[in-house]
Design a protein around this ligand. Structure first.
Ligand code: ADP
Length: 435
């Protein structure tokens, strides 16, 4: 097998083959011998005597190669141990992999390793690119003992990344002075982030449930003790207890919604949904709430019906959350404008605009995070759970639709849901876009 020259790895030399390749390093002495043999003919010696004499001289030189040539030959032989076939296997791995010898000189590295730590110059030492003492100590230990070991390596700059770095001896029966080792990096970043998100989520969810629960328990104790015979207080407390229980129920409903959506995240919806009709239905159901808040809803529907591929119940949930938020948080603007329209290229969109206080720029990118609220007390007072926009985000991701948020503090906010005309699967994987 022949290495593709473009793929020749950094730190490795293509092993030479054939007589010419083997004699190439000795071209100097051979040439000198030949010239001297020819030059001695005029000096009176028989040609066979000159050739024999200088043949002996050249052979001596050939058998006395310099230390550098020995080292070079050794390195070549180590490189040759990782054949082109072995290398194509290493190259195919997406795990950054570096092969080095017992002098910690790099023999091979794959593209993933080049991307992660940079390309090694020829015959460079591992430490030319890897500076971490933790990794270099690991390398030294494995070279000394020959036993596989791994360490966890964390990088904080430019962003936090975790890797498991593993070094092991390649068991290929090489003599002890000609051993090769493999160093790999296993990326643990995603797993660590998921762990952290899960822990944060459980902590947040427990905290959100514990608050109303603590309040319920407090009232029960008060009614069993000091307020045992106070009927007026009891009536008031029952009202508050009902509110707290309802808050817990809303939280549990939202948490279950999120978990159901996560389970179906990879199943694309396949129903046909009339966008205008669905939004109009949501507006009808929310009208009593809007009236209570003193908010007028203006609905601008298209002349021709717009159909999108989707799940009608989930889209009802999206528009309910967005319209309810616009009425609740934009209440001071006294009106909410909803536009359902199709656009030439981008498909169709639904924009829900309020004229309330708006949202400061720094909060906008975080709105769809679970339990993220601009103001926790306002959200609680308005019966929010902090999960509404997280649910919206999950549903839209399943629909390959995007949420665009525009907000100007003091003037109001506009939440736009954009559907692609060409249906599911054509849009980028991004489910959100903030402006
Ligand atoms: P909540 O249950 O608290 O309403 P959401 O996920 O629906 O949770 O919204 C998250 C936060 O985003 C809200 O707490 C509120 O601070 C902010 N928000 C959402 N919609 C608007 C809006 N139209 N105007 C101002 N702030 C909003």
């Amino acid at each position: 097998m022949v290495d593709n020259p473009q793929d020749t790895p950094v730190g490795a030399e293509a092993p030479g083959t054939g007589l010419a390749a083997r004699l190439r390093p000795h071209a100097g002495p051979l040439a000198v011998g030949a010239v001297m043999a020819l030059a001695s003919v005029p000096a009176g010696l028989e040609p066979w005597q000159s050739i024999f004499g200088y043949g002996l001289f050249t052979a001596g030189l050939l058998l006395w190669p310099s230390g550098r040539a020995v080292a070079r030959a050794k390195a070549e032989s180590r490189a040759a141990q990782v054949s082109a076939q072995d290398f194509s296997v290493i190259e195919a791995l997406d795990m950054p992999t570096v092969i080095f010898d017992q002098d910690t000189q790099v023999v091979r590295q794959n593209t993933a390793a080049r991307t992660l730590i940079g390309a090694y110059p020829e015959r460079a030492s591992l430490s030319a690119r890897i500076r971490s003492p933790v990794i270099l100590d690991l390398v030294a230990r494995v070279v000394a003992r020959g036993l596989t070991e791994s360490v966890e390596y964390t990088e904080r700059v430019p962003s936090e990344r975790w890797h498991e770095v593993r070094v092991s001896l390649i068991a290929n029966g090489s003599p002890s002075d000609n051993r090769l080792f493999v160093l790999t990096f296993r990326d643990l970043t995603e797993a660590r982030r998921m762990d952290r998100m899960r822990t944060d989520f459980v902590a947040n969810a427990s905290h959100e449930l514990r608050t109303p629960l603590a309040s319920l328990m407090g009232f029960i104790e008060t009614m069993q003790g000091p307020a045992r015979n106070d009927e007026a207080a009891q009536t008031r407390f029952f009202g508050i207890m009902l509110e707290q229980a309802q808050r817990m129920a809303r939280l549990i409903d939202d948490l279950l919604s999120l978990s159901r959506l996560e389970m179906r995240a990879h199943v694309a919806p396949d129903g046909e949904v009339d966008l205008g009709g669905t939004v109009a239905h949501v507006v009808d159901t929310l009208k009593p709430m809007a009236d209570d808040l003193g908010v007028a809803i203006e609905l601008d529907l298209p002349q021709d019906p717009i159909t999108v591929t989707g799940d009608v119940d989930e889209l009802i949930q999206v528009f309910s959350n967005l319209i309810e938020n616009a009425c609740k948080y934009g209440q001071t603007g006294k009106r909410v404008k909803i536009i359902v329209a199709s656009t030439d290229e981008a498909g169709s969109h639904v924009t829900i605009q309020d004229f309330g206080p708006g949202i400061a720029k720094e909060h906008v990118p975080r709105l769809t995070e679970r339990f993220y609220r601009v103001d926790v007390e306002t959200s609680r007072a308005k019966k929010g759970t902090g999960l509404g926009l997280a649910i919206v985000k999950h549903i839209l991701a399943r629909h390959r639709a995007r949420l665009v948020v525009r907000s100007t503090p003091g003037e109001g906010s506009a939440f736009t849901v954009k559907f692609s005309q060409s249906g599911l699967g054509k849009l980028s994987s991004s489910s959100e876009l903030y402006e």
